[in-house]
Design a binder for this molecule. Structure first.
Ligand SMILES: NC(=O)c1ccc[n+]([C@@H]2O[C@H](COP(=O)([O-])OP(=O)(O)OC[C@H]3O[C@@H](n4cnc5c(N)ncnc54)[C@H](O)[C@@H]3O)[C@@H](O)[C@H]2O)c1
Length: 255
């Protein structure tokens, strides 16, 4: 009885080692804060950090470029040397840009795919190789509602996120025998620095009108679902795509 109750208390991630890419901003930063509050040791791996060594505290910033296999390998080498294992990996690093299809250059298409899709593959493979050695783990990849439906101006971004969805499903199947769960969160509009840059007021109004709950999410509302999928409470969930979108994908005409 006590054991059952303990599993559901806030210390659900006590002793777990977690890596969150994109962990210094927006959704990733909210995940880092929640995981640390639940007892995990968290590495906030981000392009915007200058730090390449792990600190002693519960949260360590670490410099990584998810599009660069050597950089990702040095991240995992450092974490495994310090902690000997990785239990949870969240792929939140990402970039976005709204560009009409006819104006999308090959260079910007390649860049968005390199970070959002190829980066998720590179980090996921390093994560899985580490988790195989220690008997399992959980990976959560961040896609988007724009990877599940054709939003305007999002050929590169939407293709990268649609790719993340199917990549994650294949990973879930291939890695199940190793007790590694792989799931996807598909956020709707979330108030983060990325969206501040992508959504001018007119676009923001359209997203708000089109979302049944009538507002943007906070990063913490997305982080709650991500941390749940990492936790033992989700032990039978894998290969799942969970929209956290205020009803966006479930709706038709604006309410
Ligand atoms: N904000 C939204 O409305 C929304 C909606 C759907 C999906 N998403 C996805 O959620 C994820 C997080 O987005 P956010 O809104 O928190 O954005 P954000 O810009 O606030 O944070 C993204 C972080 O990723 C880091 N990053 C970028 N390129 C990187 C690289 N090559 N290597 C390592 N780190 C890198 C950035 O430095 C930044 O800290 C992204 O994958 C994004 O596509 C966001």
């Amino acid at each position: 009885m006590t054991e059952h109750l303990t599993k559901h208390l806030p210390g659900n991630l006590t002793g777990k080692i977690a890596i969150v890419t994109g962990g210094l901003s927006g959704i990733g930063a909210a995940v880092v804060a929640r995981m640390a509050a639940q007892g995990a040791i968290v590495i906030a791996a981000d392009l915007s950090s200058d730090l390449r060594t792990l600190g002693e505290g519960t949260i360590s910033p670490f410099h990584v470029d998810v599009a660069d296999p050597a950089s990702v390998k040095s991240l995992f080498d450092a974490v495994l040397a310090r902690h000997g294992r990785v239990d949870c990996v969240v792929n939140s690093a990402g970039i976005g840009k709204d560009i009409p299809f006819l104006d999308t250059s090959i260079e910007i298409f390649d860049k968005i795919i390199a970070i959002n899709l190829r980066g998720t593959f590179i980090v996921g493979q390093q994560a899985a190789r580490a988790m195989v050695q220690t008997g399992g783990g959980a990976i959560v990849n961040i896609a988007s509602v724009s990877g599940m439906t054709g939003n305007v101006g999002r050929s590169a971004y939407g293709a990268s996120k649609g790719g993340v969805v199917i990549l994650s499903k294949v990973m879930a199947v291939d890695l199940a025998a190793h007790h590694i769960r792989v799931n996807v969160i598909a956020p709707g509009p979330v108030d983060t620095p990325l969206v501040a840059q992508m959504h001018p007021p007119a676009i923001r109004q359209r997203w708000t009108d089109r979302t049944p709950l009538g507002r943007y999410a906070t990063p913490d509302e997305i982080a709650g679902a991500i941390v749940f999928l990492c936790s033992p409470d989700a032990s039978y969930i894998t290969g799942h795509v969970m929209a956290v979108d205020g009803g966006f994908l479930g709706s038709g005409l604006p309410v």
